[in-house]
Design a binder for this molecule. Structure first.
Ligand SMILES: [Zn+2]
Length: 93
């Protein structure tokens, strides 16, 4: 069963202050109020994969910064370095 996180919209009690988690069945109706104080709450979409990992596409610029070397395969079957400092410029087969 998924654990849903909620946080108070406006007012809060000691239960919902700062947010709370509830184990909910998929079929349960959407929770819109605190089960204790019955003030409105909203569901928080948790993003565990983003926390600590800011969206940071691996473009050639930051590839090199992170110590990666990127090669792209050419039509001739060689691998040509397009980013990074390490490794030869071209890897021939
Ligand atoms: Zn409450």
């Amino acid at each position: 069963m998924p654990i849903y996180e909620y946080e108070p919209v406006d007012e809060s009690c000691e239960f919902c202050r700062g947010g709370f988690e509830l184990l909910r069945d998929m079929n349960d109706e959407v929770l819109t109020e605190c089960p204790k104080c019955h003030k409105p709450v909203k569901r928080v979409i948790s993003t565990p994969f983003v926390q600590g990992h800011p969206l940071d596409p691996l473009n050639p610029g930051n590839l090199a910064e992170k110590g990666f070397t990127k090669y792209e395969k050419t039509a001739e079957g060689e691998y040509r370095k397009t980013a990074g400092l390490r490794g030869p410029d071209v890897i021939k087969r």
